[in-house]
Design a protein around this ligand. Sequence first.
Ligand SMILES: C[S@@+](CC[C@H](N)C(=O)[O-])C[C@H]1O[C@@H](n2cnc3c(N)ncnc32)[C@H](O)[C@@H]1O
Length: 228
Amino acid sequence: MGTGEIPRMFSRIAGRYDLANRVLSGTLDRSWRRRLVRLAKPRPGERLLDVGTGTGDLLIEFHRREPALSLWGLDLAGGMLAVCREKLHRLQIEAVLVEGDALQMPFASGAFDIVTIAFGLRNLPDRGRGLEEMVERLRPGGRLLVLEFSLPQRRWVRAPYRFYLNEVVPRVGGWLTGDRPAYEYLCRTIQAFPTPQEIVGSLEGAGLRNVLYEALSGGIAWLYRGDL
Ligand SMILES: C[S@@+](CC[C@H](N)C(=O)[O-])C[C@H]1O[C@@H](n2cnc3c(N)ncnc32)[C@H](O)[C@@H]1O
């Protein structure tokens, strides 16, 4: 899928994206984002950039944990940012939202204390380049956090999970959003995504230190943190 098609796809499903997340994950997605926020250890006054921020759920969780953060969100899909803007306005949360590409970020080097990407790394056509761009925006001592799906490593969880991904998610996601291909794309990209160990290697290769990672909900999702 080309870069132009991905933002169009996300803009099409933007209005029902949150609902589909809640239903398909059984609301686990919220606890995963909260775990990311705890691991990021945000401090008052820090500048945080959320890449592929989508409808802004991670920005909202950061604000709940530490209201004195300076929040920035970047996304390529105008439709997702429109939903995000509306939610933040309703919750009276201030953030700078920028429509732009994670592979060519319109921000200065070292501009942020924390950079995050949740369920976005899978969508980048050049993952290595995306990680380099994110690391480049961290100040020395800053931290990068990545939340992403993977396949559970234990075989007895992996087989039923694959069934859920291939048979249930496209049907239910398609029914909720009216866009079954978007959820077929989700399932394809999850299954093609590198192992957590490979992602750790990429984070180290991008220049991060102290890289740690943990499985969430039996390895359906993984959380990574590295320091610059
Ligand atoms: C699966 S959504 C994740 C949204 C949000 N982070 C969350 O936790 O729900 C992936 C987001 O990444 C955005 N995206 C995809 N490719 C991008 C790129 N090259 N640059 C910036 N954003 C991108 C999509 O538009 C979409 O909003």
